[in-house]
Design a protein around this ligand. Structure first.
Ligand SMILES: [Mn+2]
Length: 341
């Protein structure tokens, strides 16, 4: 097993292969954009490629060229099973372990006989993969795929369809180039993608100016009525019950950027969004500076992620989860106070 060696991917691609590219559950711009970019790249070499996503991507991603061919596991489990069973190669794109794809898909991916390749920027990749390309310093998986193509000396294969997928991944995982940037690479990559002729302005509008009315009203309600701010602890959270989400006809992705509003408060270091889904409370953590929310997510909420953006789950009630969260954050009082903004 080798780390950070893109050549290990190319070694698997010397002859035409049957390839499954798999996205994580509740897909975001990076996992879908990266899968679609890889799809349009790999098909140029005669590989037979299919993208499998556990469930539908939010509407603001569905315009991507190639999304119509993505196999949604929830809609067609039989086809997903046969594609995975017959694959030569399976890529895990933008996630670090098969359980991130949800229970049904996880089982299929686990037992598949294909060579398994991970390309991801989340910490702690599962050791079961045959090839692991893991880079936690990378802004996005899209950036890693760009590096892979660049290292393979195939930049001329980045047509507009590849470029659009990579740009969407880069744009959404960096919050429009405002975080997770550790080098000049994301900007150089963006410049390269721009020069392929993709319509940057149109893509930005499709991603950020495509709220449904109910999503915008849910956003307003959450900020106006449900935001709780602890100025002393420098911590803020928003909680939304299933009934509240139902009231605003909640769709996948509708709460996507909500936690960032809580974090956008001056002097606030950590923010959490809590949403209730089928008896589980999903927690989405964000932080500023050196305060590491992935530690809290993994230690107390069976989750993980990046230092400044992480997720987890709680299996008690919303009320109990909020109590637990407040208690944990009080224990981090000093670390929260120390962060310089
Ligand atoms: Mn990502």
């Amino acid at each position: 097993m080798k780390y950070n060696r893109y050549q290990n991917i190319n070694n698997q691609l010397l002859t035409p292969k049957k390839i499954v590219l798999s996205a994580h559950a509740n897909p975001d711009g990076d996992t879908i954009g990266s899968c679609i970019a890889l799809y349009h790249y790999l098909t140029q070499f005669g590989h037979q490629v299919i993208v499998i996503s556990p469930n539908e991507a939010p509407g603001f991603l569905q315009w991507l060229q190639g999304y119509e061919q993505v196999l949604i596991y929830d809609n067609d489990t039989k086809k997903a099973e046969s594609e995975i069973d017959s694959a030569d190669l399976i890529f895990a794109v933008d996630y670090n372990a098969f359980h991130r794809t949800g229970a049904g898909l996880e089982t299929l991916l686990d037992k598949a006989s294909a060579i398994k390749i991970l390309i991801d920027h989340h910490p702690n990749p599962d050791g079961l993969f045959d090839v692991i390309i893991s880079d936690t310093s990378s802004s996005s998986t899209a950036e890693m795929i760009f590096r892979f193509i660049e290292d393979s000396e195939q930049l001329d294969k980045i047509n507009k369809d590849v470029a659009a997928g990579l740009y969407v991944g880069l744009l959404t995982d960096t919050g429009s180039f405002s975080f997770s940037i550790n080098s000049d690479k994301p900007y150089k990559m963006a410049a390269f993608l721009y020069n392929t002729g993709i319509d940057i302005q149109a893509i930005n509008q499709r991603i950020y100016s495509a709220f449904t009315e109910s999503r915008l009203r849910l956003t307003g309600y959450a900020i106006s009525e449900k935001l709780v701010v602890n100025h002393i602890l420098r911590f803020a959270y928003i909680s939304l019950s299933k009934a509240e989400l139902d009231r605003f006809n909640h769709q996948n992705g509708d709460t996507e950027s909500l936690v960032n509003y809580a974090l956008s408060l001056e002097n606030i270091v950590a923010a959490v969004l809590l949403t209730e889904k089928e008896g589980t409370i999903r927690l989405s953590f964000r932080s500023k500076g050196k305060f590491a929310v992935n530690e809290i997510a993994s230690e107390y909420f069976e989750g993980g992620g990046h230092r400044n953006a992480a997720g987890g789950n709680s299996f008690v009630t919303m009320e109990e989860t909020i109590q637990k969260l407040n208690k944990i954050l009080s224990q981090y009082k000093n670390q929260l106070a120390e962060v310089q903004l």
